[in-house]
Design a protein around this ligand. Structure first.
Ligand code: PMP
Length: 456
C-alpha cells in the first residue's frame, strides 16, 4: 500500500504531508529548505540550489559540514563499540571529559546527556539536590533572565525568559524566576554602561533578597544572550552576578550551549569575563552537531557532596543515549579540528572583520545597532533611530527572504512578546573562508541597501 500511497508525489509534497517542522506555523506552505547535501559552509537543496549557511544550522555546526574525519571517527567507534551506558564508563567518554578539563583549565566532573535542554535539566536537578544534601532543604528556586532561551523541555522551558514560547504549555515547572538582562542598546541615557550593568546585576540580588535567599538554588545565564537577540553584557555585570551568587550561597550555572567551542572568539563564552562558573552546560558545538551530545560540567567541590557516606547521596538521574561512545569520539575529533585549525582565534579575527564591515549598515534609517563578539553578531532593526521602536516583523522577514534568494541564510531572534523579534543574527561556521565571508558581507550590504527604499 505504501508504494501506491506515495506514487507520483514530489519530495515537497511528501514533506508537507508527513513532516511536522520544528517551530513553524501549522500548514505553513512557504517553501521550506529541503536540504540534500552540505559541505563546508554550504547547504545544497534537493533542486541543486546552494546557500551559504550564515547560522551554522541552529548555531551549532562550528567546524562546518562534510568533515570526513568526523564521519570516520563515528564509523570506527561504532564498529568497535556502538553503545555503552554511562551507568558504567567507556574510553571516549573518559578521554573527552579529560580534554574538557584541559580546555576549561580547571577541575570539573562531567555528566553526559543528549541535548542542550537535557544538560540544563541536569544542572537544575544537581543544584537542587546539592543544597538539599547540604541541609539547605528550602533552596529550590532558579533565577534566569527574560529574553534568554534555555531549552524546550519543561524545566529548561521554565527557565526560558521568552513568554511566547511558553504560554500554550503552562503551567510549567514551579520555582523559576526571571529578571531583566542588560540590553546596552536600550539603556537609560542618564546611566553609563557600567552603572547600567551594575544596576541590572543588582536586580538579581534584589530578587534573591525579596524571595528570601534561603529559597534560591541557582542563577542560570548565558555569557551572552544569543536567541534573545545577541545581548553582550559589560564585564562588570557578569563579575557582579558571580559575586552576588557567592555572597548569597547561590550556584552560578553558565549555559555555554551556543557560546561554547569558539563561537565568541574564546573557547568558552564565559572566558571573556573574569568568572569561574559552578556549573557549565554545553551542547551544539561540542560535536559541531554531527551527533547529539551534551554535557553538564560540575565543579569538583559540588560533586563531592554527591559522594559522601550517606547511601542516598548519589544523583539518581540516567538517560539512555547520553555519552554515546560514537558521539564522544566525534566530539574529541571535533575539538582536535578546532585546535589544529585555530578556529577559536579565527572566530575572533573574522568576527571583528565582519562587525567592522557591517558598521556601514548604520547609515540605514532602520538599523539601530550592530553588535557582536567572535562570529556571533546581531543587527537590531528599528522603525526609527530616535524612538528605537522595534522594526515591523514584515521588514525582518523581507530581509531574511531576500538574503535567502541571494543564497545566504541568516537568522532572526528576539523576544516576540515585547515586539523584540527584530534582531537579525549571524553565526556562520568558524571555518568560513575569507571569500565566503566577503560573499556574506556583500549580500547583506546589497539587501540592506535595497531595503532603504523598498516598500513593505
Ligand atoms: N541553551 C541555549 C542557550 C540554546 O540556545 C539552546 C538551543 N538553541 C538550548 C539551551 C537547548 O538546546 P537543545 O535544542 O539542544 O535542547
Amino acid at each position: 500500500m505504501k508504494a501506491v500511497r506515495n506514487q507520483g508525489k514530489s519530495i515537497l509534497e511528501k514533506d508537507q504531508e508527513n513532516v511536522w517542522h520544528h517551530i513553524s506555523k501549522y500548514n505553513d506552505k512557504s517553501h521550506p529548505l529541503i536540504a540534500k547535501e552540505a559541505k563546508g559552509s554550504w547547504i545544497i537543496d534537493y533542486q541543486g540550489n546552494k546557500y551559504l549557511d550564515g547560522m551554522s544550522g541552529l548555531w551549532c555546526v562550528n567546524v562546518g559540514y562534510g568533515r570526513e574525519v568526523l564521519a570516520k571517527a563515528a564509523y570506527e567507534q561504532m564498529n568497535q563499540m556502538a553503545y555503552m551506558s554511562m551507568t558504567q564508563s567507556h574510553i571516549p567518554g573518559i578521554e573527552l571529559a579529560d580534554k574538557l578539563n584541559e580546555l576549561l583549565d580547571d577541575d570539573y566532573m562531567f555528566f553526559y546527556s543528549n541535548s542542550g535542554s537535557d544538560a540544563n535539566e541536569v544542572a537544575f536537578k544537581i543544584a537542587r539536590q546539592y543544597h538539599e544534601q547540604k541541609g539547605d532543604t528550602s533552596r529550590y528556586k532558579i533565577i534566569s533572565r527574560y529574553r534568554a532561551y534555555h531549552g524546550s523541555s519543561m524545566g529548561a522551558l521554565s527557565a526560558t525568559g521568552q513568554p511566547l514560547r511558553k504560554y500554550k504549555f503552562e503551567p510549567l515547572t514551579a520555582g523559576f524566576l526571571h529578571v531583566a538582562p542588560p540590553d546596552n542598546y536600550r539603556k537609560p541615557d542618564h546611566l553609563s554602561i557600567e552603572e547600567y550593568n551594575l544596576q541590572q546585576a543588582k536586580a538579581i540580588e534584589d530578587t534573591i533578597i525579596w524571595e528570601q535567599e534561603e529559597t534560591i538554588a541557582a542563577v542560570i545565564m548565558e555569557p551572552i544572550i544569543t536567541g534573545g537577540g545577541i545581548l553582550i553584557p559589560d564585564p562588570v555585570y557578569v563579575k557582579a552576578v558571580q559575586d552576588i551568587c557567592r555572597r548569597h550561597g547561590v550556584l552560578l550555572i553558565i549555559d555555554e550551549v551556543i557560546c561554547g567551542f569558539g563561537r565568541t572568539g574564546r573557547m568558552f563564552g564565559h572566558m571573556n569575563y573574569d568568572i569561574k562558573p559552578d556549573i557549565i552546560t554545553m551542547a551544539k558545538g561540542l560535536t559541531s552537531a554531527y551527533l547529539p551530545l551534551s554535557v553538564t560540567a560540575v565543579r569538583k567541590d559540588i560533586y563531592e557532596v554527591f559522594t559522601n557516606e550517606s547511601a542516598d547521596n548519589y544523583f539518581r538521574h540516567v538517560n539512555t543515549f547520553g555519552g554515546n561512545p560514537a558521539a564522544c569520539a566525534v566530539a574529541l575529533k571535533n575539538i582536535e579540528i578546532m585546535e589544529e585549525e585555530n578556529l577559536t582565534s579565527q572566530s575572533a579575527v573574522l568576527g571583528e572583520h565582519l562587525k567592522n564591515e557591517l558598521q556601514e549598515l548604520n547609515n540605514h534609517s532602520y538599523v539601530g545597532d550592530i553588535r557582536g563578539i567572535g562570529l556571533l553578531l546581531g543587527i537590531e532593526l528599528v522603525e526609527d533611530k530616535t524612538s528605537k521602536q522595534p522594526a515591523k516583523p514584515e521588514r525582518v522577514a523581507k530581509i531574511i527572504k531576500e538574503c535567502k534568494d541571494h543564497g545566504l541564510i541568516i537568522g532572526k531572534n528576539g523576544d516576540t512578546v515585547a515586539g523584540f523579534n527584530n534582531i537579525i543574527t549571524l553565526c556562520p561556521p568558524l571555518s568560513i573562508t575569507d571569500d565566503e565571508l566577503e560573499f556574506m558581507i556583500a549580500i547583506i550590504k546589497q539587501v540592506f541597501e535595497a531595503n532603504e527604499t523598498s516598500k513593505l
